[in-house]
Design a protein around this ligand. Structure first.
Ligand code: SF4
Ligand code: SF4
Ligand code: SF4
Length: 467
């Protein structure tokens, strides 16, 4: 007999949530509405560049599309992933596009291939995410509405094409730009799909949740991500699409609300290579992002790039060099230090072992830094929203604000408040990072503590420089 579990609450016990999740229109209607929003954003930003003689960063804040995509949606996704796991995936419009094109491909007789192991491992996603970050650094992708529209079109087109050519939710499993981010940050999320009782699954003859004949149904499908819902014990690949909940006729699947980083989840003792490289890249990106909130921190962090630029003076490559420094060189230096300390403390016998062992605890500190930056960005961009709704192209607004800086909206929260919350997030992250290290490496976790402390200390110093 399975002992009753009091460490979570099954959200399906709430009648409105149960009715919503079991409704055949869920989550399709929400995905369709968000797809319409994506299309509207593309139309609004198509071929739109900053007017001459205005600051492109200010223009990005006044343009409804850039404000929505980079100032609200992107930070919100980070917060949602850390707090609630892959809950964004439930309503993601790109999954709908992929789902529909997969059905279309099957209907018109395309021989759809299985995704190769290397694609499932996240190699393409790593390259795609790194490319986006380089484009942000080098071409200011996030500041130019026309580029944002191309970015959105590219994502929808990739979701469509991969659906035509591959089976089994291929876009989500091997191509989505934020796939690794959601896997890395969503591991401890408080919302999770899990089976209630392994005994019920054991006695279940039909196994609707994995039944091949249910794979192509419109609703109440067997798991489209090819997971085994019966043994699900982590958030890594589950998109919380709720299909297995609908398919399970004994009602054994739950939508759980539980404490962060539930001790009941399974833990990987080491990160895969694509995941490790992704987390390393994130560490550099997040450090740069935190530094951009303070001129002093930014000038210190970018000192090597600025020094090099003063020597070579080639116009137009500063942003690209910043990208190479922040995404490749700085992470390598940082992780050599973190890994070296771990080896000195006898946590691992080689640098790569140290990196792979520490990745899932270190990423919690990185996530706290990312949330802090997201909060700072949202509070400084959010005040532009009413003007952006009134003037979606931002042209009048940016001209008026350039002529009269008194029109600039105040941040939604005072900076001392943002800083205090950010420091609190890093503090909480230290607790969970050490706990994760202990749960995954009970014998050697103490060797990770100095590295966790070092990165948390670095982030705290940068955040303190925001005052
Ligand atoms: S993996 Fe990516 S495309 Fe798939 S549902 Fe999640 S965010 Fe959307
Ligand atoms: S259909 Fe439900 S009860 Fe049957 S194996 Fe799947 S999760 Fe378990
Ligand atoms: S396990 Fe269930 S909720 Fe998770 S992806 Fe599979 S069908 Fe969707």
């Amino acid at each position: 007999m399975q002992t009753p579990n009091h460490q979570h609450f099954n959200l399906l016990e709430l009648k409105p949530i149960r009715a919503l999740v079991l409704w055949s229109g869920f989550p399709y209607i929400f995905q369709a509405l968000l797809l319409l929003l994506f299309i509207a954003l593309i139309a609004l930003s198509w071929n739109d560049f900053a007017p001459q003689s205005v600051n492109d960063k200010l223009y990005a804040k006044t343009h409804l599309v850039n404000l929505t995509v980079w100032g609200i949606w992107w930070p919100l996704m980070v917060w949602l992933a850390v707090l609630f796991g892959r809950i964004w995936c439930t309503v993601c419009p790109l999954e709908l596009v992929n789902n529909l094109s997969e059905r279309l491909g099957r209907r018109i007789g395309i021989h759809q291939r299985k995704l190769g192991k290397w694609l499932v491992s996240g190699v393409f996603i790593l390259i795609f995410y790194a490319t986006i970050q380089m484009l942000i650094a080098g071409m200011h992708l996030h500041r130019v509405p026309a580029y944002t529209s191309i970015f959105l079109i590219f994502m929808i087109a990739t979701a469509f094409i991969t659906g035509l050519l591959f089976e089994n939710r291929a876009y989500c499993r091997g191509f989505c730009a934020v796939g690794l981010l959601l896997k890395a940050y969503g591991r401890g999320g408080m919302v999770a799909v899990r089976p209630e009782s392994s005994d019920v699954c054991h006695d279940c003859g039909e196994k609707w949740c994995i039944k091949h004949e249910y794979k192509h149904k419109l609703d109440a499908r067997s798991c489209p991500t090819l997971l085994e819902p019966t043994t699900l014990d982590n958030n890594r690949d589950c998109l919380v699409c709720t299909q297995c909940i609908k398919a399970c006729q004994p009602n054994n699947m739950q939508l759980q609300l539980r404490a962060p980083y539930s001790s009941q989840d399974g833990r990987e003792s080491e990160a895969s290579w694509p995941m490790l490289l992704f987390i390393m890249l994130l560490s550099g990106f997040v450090t740069l992002e935190l530094c951009t909130e303070s001129p002093v921190a930014k000038s210190i962090f970018l000192w090597p790039v600025d020094t090099l630029m003063s020597q070579i003076s080639i116009a137009g490559i500063g942003g690209w060099l910043e990208g190479i420094w922040a995404l490749i060189i700085f992470p390598l230096l940082l992780w050599s230090l973190l890994g070296g300390i771990n080896m000195l403390m006898k946590g691992a016998s080689s640098m790569t072992d140290a990196w792979r062992n520490m990745a899932f605890s270190i990423v919690i500190i990185i996530a706290a830094g990312h949330m802090s930056k997201g909060l700072a960005k949202f509070t400084s961009w959010g005040g532009f929203f009413p003007d952006a709704l009134r003037d979606p192209s931002g042209r009048e607004t940016v001209q008026a604000m350039t002529a009269n800086p008194n029109l600039l909206p105040a941040p939604l929260l005072a900076f001392p408040t943002v800083t205090t919350i950010a420091l609190g997030l890093v503090g909480i992250a230290i607790f969970y990072a050490v706990r994760e290290a202990r749960l995954a490496h009970v014998d050697t976790y103490k060797a990770q503590i100095p590295s966790i402390g070092l990165l948390a200390g670095l982030f705290s110093i940068i955040i303190l420089s925001w005052f």
